[in-house]
Design a protein. Structure first.
Length: 281
């Protein structure tokens, strides 16, 4: 399963229905947006999932939707809502406490099912991480025949698997990286952001200068200082997804790296970054 990093500022609260409607109006669609859907398609809007997850103790903390397509003249309906349960917390002896998250993507175009992933929200840096677990990361619930019982089964499976997620985190904390390994992790992360496969022939032409690598590996806070894989990965992940640093290929102009604004790209890159890091365990 892949864990994705999200922003959740310490002064924010769980989202109300009104907050969610402003941030992601598509969650409240009342019918499928695609006129070509089959008559057998059973429309289940995201609001129903929000209400049902609330019954299970999971409340929305973040939401986003795909922007309008000028070419089509209509809005695409894929959207994302992340949920957190205030009663479930992962405590750490070093103070790096976190909350598990359920990340749902949905579409009201009649073409896709509800899709769920599991994430970890780190309190120390107000950032989130998605853990990659192939058995669960692509777990889906079809609109046709949706039941509350099926959703409850998905949630129970996610919660039951949390000890495995904690073990992954502990394994990463116990893995100390050399400087060469840290440099390669930072470089490969930049390649992933550029949609270039590390180790490929195309990657040979992407050589970032030393200052870029140093900047990526420079922690923003004292809690992330260290040579273990967990801390180094979190530093790199935050830089790659949140931007706000300068980068340059050898001999090229320095440019400022911006925050990834597309939730779909954010999810995709976060999953790849986590797999990249856990391969070092």
């Amino acid at each position: 399963m892949s864990d994705i990093m999200f922003n959740f500022k310490g002064d924010e609260t769980y989202m109300s229905k009104e907050d969610l409607r402003k941030q992601c109006p598509l969650a409240f669609a009342t019918q499928a947006t695609n006129p070509e859907v089959s008559d057998k398609y059973l429309f289940v809007n995201t609001e129903t999932i929000v209400d049902d997850l609330d019954k299970l103790g999971w409340k929305p903390v973040q939401a986003a939707q795909r922007k309008s397509s000028k070419k089509a003249g209509t809005i695409f309906s894929k959207h994302m809502v992340a949920f957190q349960n205030p009663e479930i917390k992962i405590s750490s002896s070093d103070g790096d406490d976190s909350f598990p998250r359920i990340i749902m993507t949905n579409s009201h175009d009649g073409m896709q099912a509800f899709k769920f992933s599991v994430g970890i929200f780190r309190m120390v840096c107000s950032n989130g991480l998605v853990v990659a677990d192939e058995e669960f990361s692509d777990f889906k619930i079809k609109h046709k025949g949706y039941t509350f019982g099926e959703l409850r089964g998905v949630v129970n499976q996610a919660v039951a698997d949390l000890p495995n997620k904690v073990q992954v985190m502990n394994d990463m904390k116990n893995r100390v990286l050399t400087q060469e390994e840290k440099n390669k992790l930072a470089l490969d992360a930049m390649l992933i952001r550029a949609d270039v496969q590390p180790g490929s022939e195309q990657a040979e032409s992407f050589k970032y200068d030393e200052e870029t690598i140093v900047d990526i590996l420079d922690p923003k806070r004292k809690e992330d200082k260290g040579d273990d894989l967990w801390r180094v990965f979190n530093v790199v992940q935050e830089k790659i997804t949140q931007g706000d640093f300068h980068a340059a290929l050898n001999g090229a102009k320095v440019r400022k790296v911006r925050k990834i604004k597309s939730f779909e790209k954010d999810l995709k890159i976060n999953k790849k970054l986590f797999r990249l890091a856990t391969a070092l365990v």
